[in-house]
Design a protein around this ligand. Structure first.
Ligand SMILES: *Cc1c(COP(=O)(O)O)cnc(C)c1O
Length: 379
């Protein structure tokens, strides 16, 4: 069973609506330790792009400051990590988008990915007091970013001839680390393309870290780059869940019932009358909808906790409300606590992956989509 480090409490400050997200810093620290255990000897980039997968960089930093570095996408995010007092490595995962970004790299002491020739041109023209550390990206089969195997060595030679560069880490990214194909084919491409090149190496995302790093030293290499596992989501759900990987939820989204309705047989619920009761039943209405980041495509049957008891959504998700079957929890009433995902009352847990799966998506998308209007507390 997955479990939560400890129960959480509502903030007492007045909220316009009874909805709140909570970021669990102890769980972040626990999950980061799990990444370290899975890849002994490797250093760990905590990936905090997309505002730390929706958790908020400052909130996530409170749990993740034991990482060896922070990997993210844009300079505004890098500035925030520096403003939090982080003096260690910060890596731009997509590198510079334009030449002038190199000035920010110098000013903020950022490491950055080089994945195409023009980025090398910019570096060659860059005037800076200190040489920079770069990650040279190989396209080993995903066909998003990176130099082909044929072009990789040439890019490395060009970079290594620049006074603007003092270290080149070799990197690639896996497309199928979470699925049946695994990483073997891309690992072989990487090994062949980098065979005679010196330097550290970085390959593993969360799925590769959990599934392959322990047994494949060439995959765990010098730096791993876990994201989703640190945020308490199993990258290979439903094959494995967070309990299997000993990960803890890091984000709870909860609300309360603001109404109940007694349905007669044949009554329908919500927009499109998408659910119809085939017998008498009682439902509850919770203050959470797609404008809070809850997935609109979550169908009837999507799991939800009411007062820590597992039940299901019925009918369509609205902008500001969801409707919930109260049959398994007859004592529930207006004010009852509703856990959309994360840690419920007592030791109840609803993994974000279960909700995502029911809605036809992944935990990543739900946490990243948490809406601005939802206040976030930290425990
Ligand atoms: C987002 C990202 C990661 C982290 O991936 P997870 O699946 O969340 O672990 C690692 N490396 C790169 C290049 C990324 O863009």
């Amino acid at each position: 069973m997955a479990h939560c480090a400890r129960g959480t409490h509502w903030q007492n400050r007045r909220m316009p609506r009874p909805i709140q997200a909570t970021v669990h810093t102890q769980a972040l620290a626990h999950n980061l330790r799990r990444a370290r255990e899975a890849a002994p000897e490797a250093r760990v980039w905590a990936v905090v792009k997309a505002d730390a997968y929706g958790h908020g960089i400052a909130n996530a930093y409170a749990g993740l400051h034991g990482a060896d570095g922070f990997a993210l996408l844009d300079i505004a995010e890098a500035e925030r990590v520096r403003a939090l007092g982080w003096r260690g490595p910060v890596l731009l995962l997509e590198g510079c988008f334009e030449a002038r970004d190199l000035e920010a790299c110098s000013r903020l002491d950022l490491w950055h990915v080089i994945h195409r020739d023009e980025q090398i041109d910019w570096l060659a023209a860059h005037r800076a007091a200190h040489a920079q550390r770069v990650f040279l990206k190989l396209n080993s089969g995903m066909n998003r970013l990176g130099f082909t195997a044929a072009a990789y060595r040439g890019a490395w030679l060009r970079l290594s001839g620049l006074t603007q560069v003092d270290d080149i880490v070799l990197m690639t990214h896996f497309a199928d680390a979470d699925g049946a194909p695994g990483i073997a084919a891309q690992q072989a491409v990487f090994d062949a393309a980098t065979r005679e090149l010196p330097g550290e190496r970085s390959l593993c995302n969360s799925a590769a870290t959990l599934r392959f790093a322990a047994d494949m030293p060439e995959a765990r290499a010098d730096w791993i780059r876990p994201g989703i596992m640190v945020y308490g989501s199993a990258p290979d759900f439903p094959a494995h869940d967070i309990a299997h990987w000993d990960l803890q939820p890091t984000m709870t989204l909860r609300s309360r019932l603001i109404s109940t309705q007694q349905l007669r047989r044949g009554d329908s619920v919500g927009y499109g009358s998408a659910f119809r009761a085939d017998a008498e039943m009682r439902i509850g209405v919770a203050a959470c909808g797609y404008a809070d980041g809850y997935p609109r495509l979550a169908p009837t049957g999507t799991p939800v906790l009411v007062d820590g008891v597992r039940t299901r959504l019925v009918g369509r998700v609205s902008m500001d409300m969801v409707t919930i079957d109260l049959t398994p929890v007859p004592a529930a009433d207006v004010g009852s606590e509703v856990t959309l995902w994360g840690c419920g009352p007592g030791r109840s847990v609803l993994a974000i992956d279960e909700v995502a799966h029911a809605a036809g998506t992944v935990g990543y998308e739900l946490m990243c989509a948490l809406a601005k209007r939802v206040p976030i507390s930290v425990d």
